[in-house]
Structures are given as structure tokens and as C-alpha cells.
Write a protein of this length. Structure first.
Length: 702
């Protein structure tokens, strides 16, 4: 059923429908889109799944709940397919399984062009655009596109070609006027289009969208679906979940896959939904939105028809299309001839036909043999894989071996270069690109950069005023030890807290980009690990230089270098603790647990209780306390290595001799080199632990 009204639509220069015109009775249509000539050519890819089952555990017991119940289906190239259903029907679960985002606890068969899916090869040629626009807000549109192009396009593509690709995609998606706009300043619809543009750089033949119209107004929804329709017409397989589209949006979809209670109740063209429902006694009123009607039927508002629908469509194994007869079932569609007549008389016939109409099993075993047209034009090297290219030829050109050899030659002549690399670029190049991006983030981030700089300068001034000129006074040694300990605390908390606050915010974008094969986790983590070290080093040097000399610590370059090195290591180790906590938990839990977890390290640092006074069964904790090594290292720097006696402005100064201070702290036998090595070891262990936690976090998120 096509929705008609007294409005038509205006088309922009990109072939995307925009503002409706009043007082017209022209049917809404998608005009011929502007071709994207610089994208690489892709083979058509049809995705099918059979008897797909997915179960999840409930509670602590081993009880399980079945989300998907042996559903089957076929998603075709050059079509915009909507996955619909009531809340809890399993739409997002099905999409996550089809994308490969979630594969544990899933059973069944998923095929690409009739061949069993190789998940690694499939992920190279597909992308998953999630409901929330996971974008870096500190980049402009042009910068975000440049990063995507550098990561997703092969090194064989020169910079001029990349710029052509970026410019053409931005023009086609209506973002060329916003090249210099920060992502944070884009509207919801523009962010959605930018998310699509980023993934369109390498022209994936299969694109998945989770609720692409969520949070958009009606005009933005229409533009978004028009864009997806345009992409589908370019030869791609576009699949998206959608909750309950308007009649205007519904008629723009080519195919519909509807779920109810974890089972398929309809699969086929949207134009055949109403005739199909009519054959089992469900008449959609002429004024009613077919999308709303099928949802209401799936919710049981018109009686218990779900079982009849499942049987009629054989839980997704039948595909209702123009020119294909409806299958007969025991509980519905008894009038086969009448059903066929409805199809023949439909006003919007699909030209696809099956060779043998009398053989219903062809619907389950063969793909449609329609020719998928892909935009011609300038081709870019390096985007196909052996598996996908071969499967495309097997399905799109079912021929004898001689003809297939000629087709293979033709395919290579069209510059589709086969590659087996996991990522388009090397890990070193990924690291370099991500590092540049991370440095740009830090420079533009107020909290990471300017607020932290202000905090270091402010505290340095406060500490210098409070502990001014006490470093060489034998009567104020205890106060100076307090300065050394507070110095460790400040460097620890500033480094740790800022990482706990910022790192978890990167995880959603990391999940999307890593899953869509932008880069490896190792490259990302190494770049993130290194990117903040220069800024933390500069801030620490600035702070330490001010407080060291204003508090009158020994004016010796060697001692100053040792003191600064220890402070730098403390800040780096604390930053590593922040990475571990940030990778293992969310911001709310991390901000609370990190300071609590630091309490034992503070207690056993050697400042509050000397080593000899600690019970034997608790002394092992001191060896794990990086605060202890930092405090011990700075104390040895200030009072060790044969320092001369301090000045005494009173009758008696007990700590005039620096060795007395070290003896009181139980540090006479301490080794500065051992403290530095211990800090380095803890730093390395924590960085490795943070990487392992990050891998675990990504795995559990899927």
C-alpha cells in the first residue's frame, strides 16, 4: 500500500528529497541520485541466515531466555531493508548478530552470496553505524574525514585521490558547507550524515544502521532515509532497524523484515505487506499506516495472529515479492490462486522473476538473479578480498568455468585489487595517524590542557608560599617531609583523576572504530599511551621547578634531576593507574574506587608509619606501594648522598644531620636506584594491565 497525499517533494542537487511542496498529488519518489564516481567498485553482496537462534542467561541460575527462535531471512543488494518489530522482539539482537558484533550464544547459519560467512572477510567489507553518533567532538568535519580516509584507504591511494573522495562524499551528503565546522556544533541530522560519510570512505557493500532516525525530527528523518535509499541504489546492501516509521518513510523502504516474539512474521517487499496480510484475514484500513498496522498485529491487538503469520512466512524462509507466488500453509493462505492474482494486479511490480514459479523451494535455495548496477567511474585500488570477489562472481554470474575465467579477468581489469590484509594500512601508520589525532584532541580539550595547566601553576604557587625557604632549615625538617609527601599526593591525584575522567569517554568511539576495522587495538592503545606523556611531562617540570627552588631544596643540578625524575615517574605511574581503572570500569565507579584503592598505598608509603613499625604480615603491601618508592626516592635525593648538615637557627635542631632524618624514616639502607627501577617496573606492569583490561572491556561489550 502506497501512501498518497497532497504533497510532493523538492530535490536538492544530490538527489536527496528535501522540503515538501503543497497542493500536489504526486507520489513520493526517490530521484536518480548523483553518482559518487571516485569510490572503489564493489561486488554485490547478498546476506542470508538460516535457523538463527540466540539465547541469554537470566539471573544467577543457569536459566536461559531465547531471544531469537530459529529465524531465517535474506537481505539483498541494491535494496534498503527495514527490520521492524515491537519492543523486545529481537531487532537489535538480530542486527548485532548479522554484523558480527555479538556472536557468542548464537546458533545457526549465516551465508554471503550462498557461501558460509567468513567473519574476518565480512567485517572488512561491512560497517555498523550505531544508534548514538559516536564521534570525536574536538574535530572539524574535514579533519574527521581526513582521519577516516587515511585509516580506511590503502597506502596505494595518494593524498589527491583521498581529497577527491572526501570532497565528493561531503557534497553528496550535503556536508561540504560544514567542512570547517566542529563536530560538536553540528545538528543531529548532520551528525548522522557525518557518521555515514566516515564509513562511506571505503565504500562498504553492506551497511548496517541501528535506529538511524532516532532523535531526529520528521524532516531530518526523511533526509536520512532518502540518503540510505540513495546509497542502496548505488549497489549496496543497506539494513537498518527502525521502530515505527511514518507512512511517508515506510514507502521508501524496498524490503521489510518484521519480528514478533523472536520470530519472523513477514519478509518481503513493503508494497506486498498489505496484500499478504489480506490473504490471512487481516485488512489494513486505507487510512492506516501499514507499518503501524503490522506492529499492532505483532502486539496482538487484532487477536492471536502471530502463529499464523510465522507459519505463512515459514519463520522467514519465504520471501514475499512481486511476481513470486505466496506459499501455501495449513493455517493461512489457503486460496493460492487468489493470492497470486493479488500479486499480478499490484500497481508497483518488481521486475525480478524466478525461473520456475511452480517450484516454491527456489525461494529458499536461490538468490534473485537480478543484475546489480554499481556506479562506474574512477576506481581506487585495494578494497576487495578473495572470498567476497569470488562469491560475488559465483552468484551474480552463474556460468561455466570458461566464462567465469573471463569474468575474473574482467574483474581484475576493472582494478579491484585483491588483498588479504586485516587492515587497509600498516599498524605503524595507524599509530602515527591516531597519535596526531590524540595530540590535536589534547590541544583543544579545556579540561585536559588548560584546566590542568592552571591547576599545576596554582598549586605550585600555593605550596611555594606555604613551605617557602624551609628546605635548608634543620628545625623544619618534619615540615619539609610533609612537603615531599604532599608533592607525591598532588602529582598522583592530578595524573590519575584526569585519566579516569577522560579515558572512559573514548571507549564508545573506540568500540565503533575498532569494530569497523579502522585500526587495531594495539595501535590505538600505544598512541593513546604516548600522546599524553609530553603534556604531563611539561606540566610536571613546570610545577617541580617552581616548588623545588622556592622551598630552598639543595641547589644542586644532580639532586634536582633526581628529584624531577622521581616526580615524573610518580605522575606516569599514577596515570597508568588511571588507565587501568578507566579501562576496567565506568567514570562513576572509577572516580569513587580509585581514591579508595589508593588509601593502602598511602598508609604504607613510609611517611605515616616507618617500615619497622609495620606488622610483619602486612609488610608485603609496602612493596606494592608506588607512593612508598616515590617518597623514598625524593627523601633520599634531599637528605642522602652525603649531604652536609643543615642550618640551625635555634638552640638545638634534632634533625640538623640529614642522616638522622633518614634513620628516623628507616631509609639508611634504602637504594635510590632500586626505587627508580621499581617505579619503572610498576609503570610497565600497569600499562600492560590497562591494555588487557581494555581488550576484555571491548570483548564483554560485544
Amino acid at each position: 500500500m502506497k501512501h498518497e497525499g497532497n504533497c510532493s517533494t523538492a530535490e536538492d542537487s544530490n538527489g536527496i528529497l528535501l522540503q515538501p511542496r503543497k497542493n500536489s498529488a504526486v507520489r513520493l519518489q526517490i530521484m536518480q541520485p548523483k553518482t559518487i564516481t571516485h569510490l572503489p567498485k564493489r561486488p554485490p553482496v547478498d546476506l542470508a541466515f538460516t535457523d538463527l537462534t540466540y539465547k541469554v542467561r537470566e539471573g544467577r541460575k543457569n536459566n536461559s531466555k531465547t531471544i531469537l527462535k530459529s529465524v531465517s531471512g535474506r537481505l539483498r543488494s541494491s535494496e534498503l531493508t527495514a527490520i521492524m518489530g515491537p519492543s523486545g522482539a529481537g531487532k537489535s539482537t538480530l542486527l548485532n548478530i548479522l554484523t558480527g558484533y555479538k556472536m557468542s550464544s548464537a546458533e545457526g547459519s549465516i551465508t554471503i552470496n550462498g557461501q558460509e560467512r567468513n567473519l574476518s572477510a565480512f567485517r572488512k567489507l561491512s560497517c555498523y553505524i550505531m544508534q548514538d553518533n559516536q564521534l570525536h567532538m574536538n574535530l572539524t568535519v574535514a579533519e574527521a574525514m581526513k582521519v577516516a580516509a587515511n585509516l580506511k584507504l590503502s597506502s596505494h591511494v595518494n593524498q589527491a585521490e583521498k581529497e577527491e573522495v572526501i570532497q565528493e562524499i561531503l557534497e553528496t551528503l550535503g556536508l561540504s558547507e560544514h567542512r570547517r565546522t566542529m563536530t560538536s556544533n553540528l545538528s543531529g541530522g548532520q551528525k548522522k550524515r557525518l557518521s555515514i560519510a566516515l564509513e562511506l570512505v571505503n565504500n562498504p557493500p553492506i551497511m548496517f544502521f541501528d535506529e538511524p532516525t532516532s532523535g531526529l525530527d520528521s524532516s531530518s528523518c526523511f533526509q536520512c532515509i532518502s540518503l540510505l535509499k540513495t546509497l542502496a541504489r548505488g549497489g549496496r546492501t543497506i539494513i537498518c532497524t527502525i521502530h515505527q516509521p511514518s507512512a511517508r518513510l515506510f514507502e521508501m523502504f524496498d524490503a521489510l523484515y518484521t519480528l514478533a516474539e523472536g520470530q519472523c512474521v513477514y519478509q518481503g517487499s513493503t508494497s506486498q505487506l498489505v496484500p499478504f496480510l489480506r490473504t490471512i484475514g487481516l485488512n489494513c484500513p486505507s487510512y492506516h499506516n501499514p507499518a503501524s498496522f503490522i506492529i499492532e498485529v505483532s502486539c496482538g491487538e487484532y487477536g492471536d495472529n502471530i502463529k499464523n503469520l510465522i507459519n505463512a512466512i515459514n519463520n522467514g524462509k519465504y520471501d514475499i515479492r512481486e511476481g513470486h507466488p505466496f506459499p501455501e500453509t495449513k493455517e493461512g493462505m489457503n486460496n493460492y490462486t487468489a493470492a497470486t492474482g493479488i500479486l499480478k494486479n499490484s500497481d508497483n511490480l518488481d521486475k525480478t522473476k524466478i525461473k520456475d514459479k511452480n517450484d516454491i523451494s527456489n525461494l529458499q535455495e536461490k538468490f534473485s538473479e537480478e543484475k546489480n548496477e554499481i556506479n562506474n567511474g574512477k576506481l581506487i585500488h585495494g578494497y576487495a578480498t578473495n572470498d567476497i570477489a569470488k562469491q560475488a562472481l559465483d552468484v551474480a554470474i552463474p556460468m561455466d568455468s570458461d566464462k567465469k575465467d573471463n569474468a575474473n579477468i574482467a574483474l581484475l581489469d576493472e582494478s579491484i585489487v585483491v588483498t588479504s590484509e586485516r587492515y587497509p594500512t600498516s599498524e605503524f601508520k595507524q599509530f602515527y595517524i591516531i597519535l596526531k589525532r590524540a595530540l590535536l584532541f589534547s590541544r583543544r580539550d579545556w579540561t585536559l590542557m588548560y584546566l590542568r595547566l592552571f591547576a599545576h601553576i596554582l598549586v605550585a604557587g600555593l605550596i611555594s608560599a606555604l613551605y617557602y625557604d624551609i628546605g635548608n632549615d634543620g628545625a623544619k625538617v618534619l615540615s619539609n617531609l610533609g612537603f615531599l609527601f604532599f608533592n607525591m599526593l598532588f602529582l598522583m591525584y592530578t595524573s590519575m583523576t584526569i585519566t579516569i575522567l577522560s579515558f572512559p569517554l573514548e571507549l564508545p568511539v573506540l568500540l565503533k572504530e575498532n569494530f569497523n576495522r579502522w585500526y587495531s587495538l594495539k595501535s590505538y592503545y600505544l598512541a593513546i599511551t604516548i600522546s599524553d606523556l609530553p603534556f604531563q611531562t611539561i606540566f610536571c617540570i613546570l610545577y617541580v621547578t617552581v616548588v623545588y627552588f622556592l622551598t630552598s631544596q639543595p641547589a644542586d643540578l644532580t639532586r634536582f634531576s633526581m628529584f624531577l625524575g622521581t616526580c615524573l615517574l610518580i605522575s606516569f605511574v599514577a596515570q597508568s593507574v588511571g588507565l587501568v581503572v578507566g579501562a576496567a570500569m565506568n567514570v562513576q565507579n572509577g572516580v569513587f574506587l580509585a581514591p579508595v584503592m589508593s588509601v593502602p598505598f598511602l598508609l604504607f608509603s613510609g611517611f605515616f608509619v616507618s617500615f619497622d613499625a609495620i606488622p610483619v604480615y602486612l609488610r608485603w603491601i609496602t612493596y606494592l606501594s608506588y607512593i612508598r618508592y616515590g617518597f623514598e626516592g625524593t627523601a633520599l635525593t634531599i637528605y642522602g648522598f652525603g649531604r652536609e648538615k643543615l642550618k640551625c637557627f635555634q638552640v638545638y635542631c634534632h634533625f640538623k644531620d640529614p642522616e638522622t632524618t633518614l634513620e628516623e624514616l628507616d631509609m639508611l639502607d634504602a637504594d635510590f636506584t632500586l626505587d627508580i627501577l621499581a617505579l619503572l617496573l610498576i609503570f610497565v606492569v600497569l600499562r600492560i594491565a590497562a591494555y588487557l583490561f581494555l581488550r576484555w572491556k571491548i570483548k564483554t561489550a560485544r
